[in-house]
Ligand binder design. Structure first.
Ligand SMILES: [Zn+2]
Length: 163
């Protein structure tokens, strides 16, 4: 586990994929958009090769996201491999919310990348997306009351390199 510390990863993302993500986010407004990233682990980083939009089936899609089960399961078995998840924050900064952290254990074990996008309100350009990347780090820590080992997950900011 100590080997992981200090290791600096980079997420490589083709500009065409970044644009697809951005387009999906703006078309979904005012609702939250979501989807998954497919790709592979490469030397010194993780290479995203595809973005697959997934239907947001949350009862309140203006403020939450929930992946459509059937579409999600199809992606688990896809090629290239499922490596990450994306969702948008239509009105707030692209940083993980408390609810995002609470929902993380539901799928984090399958993923390495966590991306959040927001409309870039600072530039005044309505078609610009602010995109933040996080590495999903798991640490198995003993649970308080018992000897059971439960996985817990952290999101560490990782630089995005658009290629
Ligand atoms: Zn969120």
């Amino acid at each position: 586990m100590a080997a992981l510390h200090g290791q600096q990863n980079v997420f490589y993302i083709p500009s065409s994929v970044e644009q697809e993500m951005s387009k999906h986010m703006f078309l979904s407004l005012p609702q939250e958009a979501c989807g998954v990233m497919l790709g592979e682990t490469a030397a010194g980083g993780i290479r995203i090769s595809r973005f697959q939009p997934i239907r947001n089936v949350a009862p309140d899609p203006l403020h939450h996201f929930a992946l459509d089960d059937a579409e999600w399961i199809r992606c688990i078995f896809s090629e290239p491999k499922l490596i990450g998840i994306f969702h948008s924050h239509p009105h707030t900064k692209p940083v993980p919310s408390l609810e995002d952290m609470q929902a993380l254990p539901a799928f984090a074990g399958l993923l390495q990348i966590y991306l959040i996008g927001s409309p870039d309100l600072t530039t005044g350009l309505r078609s610009n997306m602010q995109l933040n990347g996080y590495q999903i780090e798991s640490s198995k820590i003993p649970h308080d009351q018992s000897q059971d080992i439960v996985p817990s997950y952290n999101l560490l900011p990782v630089p995005l390199c658009v290629t």
